[in-house]
Ligand binder design. Structure first.
Ligand code: AMP
Ligand code: MG
Length: 431
């Protein structure tokens, strides 16, 4: 056990709570600062480094919210029908060239610029037009109705989006609606991923006796990529000090963050712990959770002779995740996901969860958080329901692959009865 390292909550012989471990991680993080200007077409998933200020009023003109007839609201008298002369048709993109006189109105389409002096639109289904005349019954429309005001969505000079925003489809549309072709974003966070263990082989290689294929590197790299971050594949690393040392040096020369799986549980042949201890400021935790109890987190010293362009005044953050595939990915979601987004410059509310009724009882003892894999679907009563995906061993990756959600059973929770509400994170929300 390291006595130093980042905030290291003392907890006697007890395991650390999940929220304590998360808090200790977050207290040690510093978001990256380097920014770049990029084209809008390349900006999906990137994190804004500066507010996007609107250079225009949106909408740029008062315009009609309806297909109908535009008139001057002062022509309307309470309790009185009104009749007006239709003098023109105004289409979107073609403002009216002439000026309006009393007693006149125009046919107008949605989005068309309101002619000068007109401030009210009567929808076509609420009036009657024939022979160049428009008749409107008493009180069907009031002055100012059905007109969108210039700048009502966004006034020029106001922030349309704030720094820290991870750009989604609607955001890109919003930026384009301001006429902007690019945005300032943080450079992409670089996350090096490698797997440790002499028993591991890469897919495509022959599988020797006692060996297994490495799955963690692929799951973890994909999880990193799905966050919009850059994943660097550092391959398989044998559980030998020299190999680990070299891998850590390579990782710390190229990446902002290192994600390593395997070798933190303290087995005899696992050199990861010992070596990590000498490579930086690491804390080794036993977290009160299942799966994913062993976890190490901290910072590495940058390797001497670092040739990368990374700022040398920043540490390299390291997450050492448990080796069991379900534990590795669960620990990623519980500890690394939010931390990586924060390092990448994003400021986001916590992941949204929803509540679902469990279809079967769940054995659970108070004293540790549990993360089970389940399938959430809509029940006949319209409520969300969830069933577990078979055996929940921390090595059973199929339980995660078949699932669409992670059940979050909090530390204090005891046994769960069928029909009880449980909290879940949908995997499709884990981006
Ligand atoms: P460890 O944390 O290194 O003690 O590993 C715990 C279990 O997870 C062992 O059964 C390992 O073989 C397995 N394991 C470790 N790393 C991986 C990996 N990258 N892919 C699949 N299984 C792994
Ligand atoms: Mg191992």
């Amino acid at each position: 056990m390291s006595d130093s390292g980042p905030a290291h909550p003392a907890h006697g012989a007890l395991d650390l709570r999940v929220d304590e471990a998360r808090a200790a991680i977050h207290a040690a993080l510093r978001p990256l600062a380097e920014t770049q200007a990029i084209a809008l077409s390349a900006a999906l998933g990137r994190v804004l480094a500066a507010d996007v200020i609107s250079p225009i009023d949106v909408p740029a003109h008062d315009n009609s919210a309806m297909d109908g007839y535009a008139l001057n609201g002062s022509e309307l008298q309470p309790g009185q029908p009104v009749q007006l002369r239709i003098v023109a048709t105004v289409l979107a993109g073609a403002p009216l060239a002439r000026s309006m006189a009393p007693g006149e109105c125009v046919r107008i389409m949605t989005g068309a610029v309101m002619p000068d002096g007109l401030d009210t639109v009567v929808p076509q289904e609420l009036c009657e037009a024939s022979g160049g005349l428009l008749r409107i019954d008493a009180d069907v429309v009031h002055a100012g109705d059905n007109r969108r005001l210039r700048g009502e969505d966004l006034a020029r000079g106001r922030a349309a989006l704030r720094a820290g925003r991870r750009l989604g489809p609607a955001d890109l549309g919003l930026v384009a609606s301001l006429g902007l072709t690019g945005v300032n974003v943080f450079r992409r966070l670089r996350v090096a991923v490698f797997s440790t263990g002499n028993e591991l082989r890469s897919a495509g290689e022959p599988l020797g006796p006692g060996c297994i294929y490495d799955s963690n590197r692929h799951s973890l790299m994909a999880a990193v990529q799905r966050l919009g971050l850059q994943a660097l594949d550092l391959g398989l690393v044998r559980d030998e000090p020299a190999a680990l040392q070299a891998a850590l040096a390579r990782a710390s020369a190229q990446a902002d963050v290192v994600l390593v799986s395997g070798g933190v549980s303290g087995g005899d042949a696992d050199h990861t712990r010992e070596l990590l201890n000498r490579s930086g400021e690491l804390a080794f935790w036993k977290v009160a959770m299942r799966p994913g109890r062993p976890l190490a987190f901290g910072t590495l010293r940058r390797a001497p002779g670092n040739t990368a362009t990374l700022a040398n005044d920043r540490p390299v953050w390291l997450f050492a995740l448990p080796g069991n595939p379900v534990a590795a990915l669960t620990a990623f979601y519980v500890f690394a996901r939010d931390a990586l987004l924060l390092l990448a410059g994003a400021t986001e509310p916590p992941l949204a969860s929803l509540r679902a009724r469990t279809l079967a009882p769940i054995r659970k003892r108070a004293g540790r958080s549990e993360y089970l894999r389940g399938v959430v679907s809509r029940g006949a009563d319209g409520d969300w329901q969830v069933r577990l995906t078979g055996p929940q061993g921390s090595g059973v990756l199929r339980s995660m692959s078949e699932a669409n959600a992670l059940l979050l059973l909090p530390q204090e929770q005891g046994p769960v009865a069928a029909g009880d509400w449980v909290e879940v994170w949908l995997f499709d929300g884990l981006t």
